[in-house]
Design a protein around this ligand. Structure first.
Ligand code: 9Z3
Length: 314
């Protein structure tokens, strides 16, 4: 069976997206807003940042699922730096994962950052006043300016359908589009038509579910869905001795413009960007406490994207 046939089968059998018309409408409006050179300055570059892990459900009325590890920290942090660099960002994220501008807040920000006053009003606790103010102001600036569009997914079915819609909507902006694919995407899933409807009953010694490989959509995204976009994918391994070879293989196979290689335990300290001709190690600047590896990483990718746009004949 060809990849094309596998992909067609995946989409044909996937449960239809609930609000695909609404999503398409939001996307078109967002892209139009960030493409007009009238009003607030120049047309912006637009990046689709994917973030968090996809689930593969085991039952149609889902009680259990197989998950892919990703907190969404990479995607949320990168979104902040892309906005700072002047991009408009489509943040395609796992529902409930880390969100941009909230990283420095405690787990339960509403309850921990605020306190009641004597006259039964609510105020920000002193210790959090600066970080709460920064988060709210930066988030407001991005949303009010129409530069941040957040779209949530949970399952691999939702994720791939949404990624396709986004890619199709972004075709009209050519090389001004970037894909920054940091989400941890399921490699295996149960096809919808093979999935039991009801909760699997316990009792048997062995749970027998067959997971089949998710068709690799990266090359289709790159070649068919968004042929002019600048495409960055991530490679995650836990064994550092195979990481760079795997990243280079992905670069070749999926024709990415760059692959960011990271090892699970050191992913917040350093990553390696491979472009085929270069291999660039990007490290977190430890001299500043509030710094992230995403700061120099987005700087590098934004420069490369600018060169890519200049050199394109579009
Ligand atoms: C990544 O490698 C991300 O950097 C992390 C970020 C998931 C490690 P966190 O969300 O972690 O900050 O906690 N994402 C890509 C993972 C992935 O599944 N890549 C596929 C692979 O390695 C290629 S598309 O096979």
């Amino acid at each position: 069976e060809t990849l094309e046939a596998q992909i067609k089968a995946f989409f044909d059998s996937a449960p239809p997206l609930h609000s695909s018309d609404e999503i398409t409408q939001k996307l078109n409006q967002f892209i139009r807003h960030n493409s007009s050179s009238s009003g607030n300055g120049e047309a912006r570059r637009i990046v689709c940042v994917t973030s968090g892990g996809t689930t593969a459900p085991l039952e149609q009325r889902c009680v259990r699922y197989v998950d892919n590890f990703s907190s969404g920290h990479r995607g949320a942090t990168s979104t902040e730096y892309f906005l700072k660099a002047g991009y408009a960002v489509i943040f395609l994220h796992r529902r409930g994962s880390f969100q941009p501008f909230c990283r420095s807040l405690p787990d339960d920000p509403l309850l921990e950052c605020f306190e009641p006053t004597n006259d039964s009003n609510i105020q920000v606790r002193k210790a959090y006043s600066e970080s709460v103010k920064r988060a709210i102001l930066d988030h407001h600036t991005a949303v009010a300016g129409g530069h941040l569009l957040k779209l949530p997914f949970s399952t691999i079915f939702e994720y791939l359908q949404m990624l396709q819609i986004i890619a199709m909507s972004m075709r009209c902006i050519g090389p001004r589009a970037m894909f920054y694919l940091a989400a941890a995407v399921s490699d295996y899933y149960v096809p919808w038509k093979d999935m039991v409807e009801h909760k699997i009953q316990s009792g048997s010694h062995l749970l027998d579910v067959k997971l089949v490989q998710v068709p690799k959509m990266l090359s289709v995204l790159r070649i068919d869905w968004a042929p002019l976009a600048f495409c960055i994918s991530f490679k995650l391994e836990t064994d550092s001795s195979i990481l760079l070879n795997k990243a280079n293989a992905a670069l070749e196979k999926y024709k990415m413009h760059a692959v960011v290689a990271n090892e699970l335990s050191t992913r917040k300290e350093q990553v390696v960007v491979t472009t085929g001709v270069e291999k660039i190690t990007v490290r977190r600047d430890n001299s500043e406490s509030a710094n992230d590896v995403e700061n120099p990483l987005i700087k590098l990718l934004s420069e490369r994207h600018a060169t890519y746009i200049e050199n394109s004949s579009w």
